[in-house]
Design a protein around this ligand. Sequence first.
Ligand code: IPE
Ligand code: IPE
Ligand code: MG
Length: 243
Amino acid sequence: MNAKNIPQHIAIIMDGNGRWAKKRGLPRAAGHKRGAESLREAVRACNELGVKHLTVYAFSTENWQRPEDEVGFLMGLFLEAINNEVNKLHKNNVRIRFLGRLQQFSKELQEKMRWAMDLTEKNTAGNLNVMVNYGGRAEITDAVNEIVKGIEGSEGGGGRRKEITEEEIENNLYTKGIPDPDLLIRTANEMRISNFLLWQIAYSEIYVTDVLWPDFNKQELIKAIEEYGKRERRFGKTSEQLK
Ligand code: IPE
Ligand code: IPE
Ligand code: MG
């Protein structure tokens, strides 16, 4: 593969775990378990291919509405994955971040997430961002509230009148400092964003595959990257201007 066509940041909506399980007459939990394995493979593949940032949607602000046993299973799976995987990631010099409204998780899970983030903070080989209790609207709302807090706390208090800039919003998103995704992949063939990275995907190339997340592997990732390599990213300009 041509190295210049490797996206520096890939974001994935990991969808289709339930359908994968249903097809096999298994409980949805079995699909989530296999999905965790696909994630492990995706992280490894990104490392091998030279993708610097991988951002995955693991649990949305809307996913709390699922049956209680499924939510409980997912929480257990997150804990287990942190326990089993973080040391390996650290050895591979990968930095992991959990981004979302973490304060809604159990104390134990929050502590584990914090531990994993602190442990890997200085790592430079690659970045894995796991979006949990994440919603694009929640993120933008949180950013705006941070900015407002800053204004109220500043000299002159709430009386300060100032235009809020795009840069200021960006600097208050959970993803501050992380470049925008070049490529957004959604598995399981849904043609929607489901409240993922609303701000950051403004100019991402979108790739939807009917492959279900538990079946997604390095070969599928390469297919997505190859398709990405064929796209012309114009950012509003004409094709001629890019030549
Ligand atoms: C994605 O798979 C995993 C999460 C949302 C946690 P789903 O569980 O949404 O799988 P489908 O869409 O029901 O097949
Ligand atoms: C999006 O998938 C959230 C995650 C992959 C974590 P959903 O399965 O929740 O999305 P909808 O409900 O089909 O839009
Ligand atoms: Mg789904």
